[in-house]
Design a protein around this ligand. Structure first.
Ligand SMILES: [Zn+2]
Length: 269
C-alpha cells in the first residue's frame, strides 16, 4: 500500500509535468473506485494546474475553481506518459495535458479515489486529520500531551490519523524499533524522553524514505513499467523469524487492530 513517502514521491514526480500546463480533458475509463469519480472530473476542460500539494496521503491538484483530490488506495499509482500509449486493463483515469503529457492513474484493486472539492476546508475526507508528521505541529510536547491517560498500545495509537497523519503500518513498526519502544506499551507509559526520541525517529524514518524515493524521480516520466516507488531497507517490518539486524534475536510478528506488527523483543522495551 502506498504510504506517505510514496505519496510525497508521487507528488514530486508529477508536479513538474502538471504545474504551468493545462488539463485539456480527463478520460475516465472506469469511474467505480472506492467512491465514484466525481462528475466534475468527467467534465474537466481547459483547466490550468496551479499547484500540486499533499495532505496526509491525499494528492491535491489546485485548479482555478477547485481541487482534484486523489487517493492511491491500496494499489493505485500515477505515472506521466509522454505519448498516448494504449491503456492497459487497470488504467482507469487519464488527464490529458496541454504540454503533450498524460497523467495516467492505474489501480488494480480500485480502492483509490478521484474526488472534486470546490472548498478544501469543507472536504469530508480532509476533515479531522491530525498534524503532518514532518511539520512543527507534530512536536514532542504535542505527542506527550496526547499520550497522557491513553491506555491504547502505542503502535495502533500512532497509526490514528486524528493523532498524526501518514504514520502507516510499515513506518509505525520501523519507528518504534528505531526508538527502542515495545509496540504493546500503553501510550500513557511513555516517558517525556521516550516521546522526544519517538518524534525525532518518526520524522527521520519518513524523511529517509522520501529521500530514497527521490532517487527514483528521474524514472517517473517513463513510457511503461512501474512508477517511481522504491525498495526500502526495512529493519523489522515483514521480517518475522529473521534475525534482528542489531542483536540477532529473531524478529517477532504480532497483530494490533488486525494489522501486522513486527518488533525485536530484545531491542524494544
Ligand atoms: Zn534486536
Amino acid at each position: 500500500m502506498p504510504e506517505l513517502p510514496e505519496v510525497e514521491t508521487s507528488r514530486r514526480g508529477i508536479e513538474p509535468h502538471l504545474v504551468g500546463a493545462t488539463i485539456l480533458h480527463a478520460i475516465v475509463r472506469n469511474g467505480r473506485l472506492r467512491w465514484p469519480v466525481s462528475e466534475e472530473i468527467h467534465r474537466l476542460s481547459d483547466q490550468p494546474v496551479l499547484s500540486v500539494q499533499r495532505r496526509a496521503k491525499y494528492l491535491l491538484l489546485e485548479l482555478p475553481h477547485g481541487w482534484i483530490i486523489i487517493h492511491l488506495g491500496m494499489s493505485g499509482s500515477l505515472r506521466v506518459l509522454s505519448e498516448a500509449l494504449p491503456p492497459a486493463k487497470h488504467d482507469h483515469v487519464d488527464l490529458v495535458m496541454s504540454n503533450g503529457r498524460i497523467l495516467r492513474y492505474t489501480d488494480p484493486r480500485r480502492f483509490g479515489a478521484w474526488l472534486w472539492s470546490s472548498d478544501l476546508t469543507a472536504s469530508n475526507v480532509l476533515a479531522h486529520l491530525g498534524p503532518e508528521p514532518l511539520s512543527e505541529d507534530f512536536s514532542s510536547g504535542y505527542l506527550f500531551d496526547k499520550s497522557r491517560g491513553k491506555r491504547t498500545p502505542v503502535k495502533p495509537w500512532l497509526m490514528d490519523n486524528k493523532l498524526v497523519v501518514g504514520v502507516g503500518n510499515i513506518y509505525a513498526s520501523e519507528s518504534l524499533f528505531a526508538a527502542g519502544i515495545h509496540p504493546d506499551r500503553q501510550a500513557m507509559s511513555l516517558t517525556a524522553d521516550e516521546v522526544v526520541l519517538l518524534v525525532s525517529t518518526i520524522k527521520a524514518v519518513l524523511l529517509r524514505s522520501i529521500e530514497q524515493g527521490g532517487t527514483t524521480l528521474r524514472d517517473f516520466l517513463q513510457t511503461d513499467g512501474k512508477p517511481g516507488y522504491f525498495a526500502q531497507q526495512l529493519q523489522v517490518y515483514g521480517r518475522a523469524g529473521e534475525p534482528c539486524r542489531v542483536c540477532n534475536t529473531p524478529v517477532k510478528g504480532t497483530k494490533h487492530a488486525q494489522r501486522s506488527t513486527f518488533y525485536c523483543p530484545t531491542c524494544q522495551k
